[in-house]
Design a protein around this ligand. Sequence first.
Ligand code: C5P
Length: 316
Amino acid sequence: MIPRLAAAPPPSVRVRAPGKVNLALRVGPVGDDGYHPLATIFQAVSLYEEVTATHVAPGTGISLTVSGPQADAVPTDETNLAWRAAVLLAERTGLSADVKLHITKGVPVAGGMAGGSADAAAALVACDALWEAGVPRPELVELAAELGADVPFSLLGHTAVGTGRGDLLTPAMTRGEFHWCFATQRKGLSTPTVFRRFDELAGPSTPKVAPTDDTAIMHALRAGDAVALGRALHNDLEAPAVDLRPELAEVLEVATESGALGAVVSGSGPTVAALGRSRQHALALGAAWTAADVVDAVWTATGPAPGTQLVTAIAR
Ligand code: C5P
């Protein structure tokens, strides 16, 4: 008699992609395309989204599940950026979009830390590997930019200067490790809403952006000088985010009073990032926020962190 073998699990690929904080975010006047030109400095941090792509029978299509903190706030249909990434990659390669995707959230949801963009970057890399599509890196970066302004940075990781919509990237030199604590709110803020509020507050006089404004940050990064970096953190979207969510002012204040080297709204918010002197100090900043009862959750992380990476290549 032939012994019955257990069915082998279908091939799958696991990929992880980091969230980010904007060390500087300068916003210019809105263009005809509805986007604002940006001059930004991204830093990837050690909070990761993980996407597992599993083989399914041809013609099955795409399915998506999500787990982890705040997973219930994430859509599991074709509006999810990871789903859109799989569709886009299939379209461009002429392959059939058949895949089972699972996202494990590790980046705060709708918090201005590009968790959704990390999902898109991870899904692109995962499907490319699972389908053995072999799309060259520069083309993956182009597809990433089509999916969202922050997606190319999630592929690249580390620290980078972003111009254009934030999608034209130049890696930045850094030394050492920076210790962050993030304060999140259960209710996210919508990026387009924050940009609209920026327009309303800034009026027609918004100056053009120039990346040279942020030489202090570039110097601080090169020197590994957390004190100088903390002092120079800047975000033009902070005022509109605080205007839409006035309680963020207190979150920023508590961080400053607790000795943070700097505190700033991350991206379009509502997450607030505080820079600590050490890992221990970052934990203490989180404890101060919790004690003041001004946040829903605190997360500590270090930066810079690597970009999108295969954790497990095709496992059969
Ligand atoms: O590119 P992404 O989908 O992340 O952007 C979401 C929205 O945020 C855009 O539709 C636009 O309204 C706004 N946005 C902007 N300027 C940018 C990036 C985003 O106005 N540079």
